[in-house]
Write a protein that binds this ligand. Sequence first.
Ligand SMILES: Cc1cc2nc3c(=O)[nH]c(=O)nc-3n(C[C@H](O)[C@H](O)[C@H](O)COP(=O)(O)O)c2cc1C
Length: 169
Amino acid sequence: MALELTILVGTMTGTAQLVAQELELRLDDGETRVHTKLMDGQDASVFDDGGLFLICTSTYGQGDVPDNARQLYDSLGGTRPDLSRVHYGVIALGDRTYMDTFCNGGKRFDALLGELGAQRIGEVFLHDASAGILPEDEAAEWVGGWIALCNQPSGSDAAAKVHPNAAQG
Ligand SMILES: Cc1cc2nc3c(=O)[nH]c(=O)nc-3n(C[C@H](O)[C@H](O)[C@H](O)COP(=O)(O)O)c2cc1C
């Protein structure tokens, strides 16, 4: 059974989208099927069927989620759905020169999803734009370990449970 992964992209100037495209290229094979969606126009219903998600988002303002992620973030906070059938990972893009608000966009999503009962797989991946390493390269390296965790018995069982109709691999 294929592992179905939805990448949700929060971005202001396209970096997170570039990262998601690189991950899709790397991960989308017979065993993993990747669906990449910009967060624009999304709300909490994107999680209605449960499943495996990768939140890939930058940080703006004073440690806020980007504008295109606002509706989804507010919808989750406002409706507070039960996300216990959701498994997720987080790629948080930021810049350490912002110090106290470093990668807060991704950290905010992580905190909210956790509060709503979703189960995170692996650690939040933090990218520091001031370090000079391309986020798509660093994230592509990180995601190999992350997808291996998702494919471990507990991870894939969870994904299979919430994707009873997932296509056969
Ligand atoms: C106006 C502005 C505000 C930002 N605020 C933060 C911040 O509070 N914390 C942080 O870690 N990064 C901050 N960043 C850095 C971005 O999150 C980072 O450059 C990211 O890679 C941009 O990704 P995007 O093109 O997908 O939006 C800020 C960048 C800009 C231009």
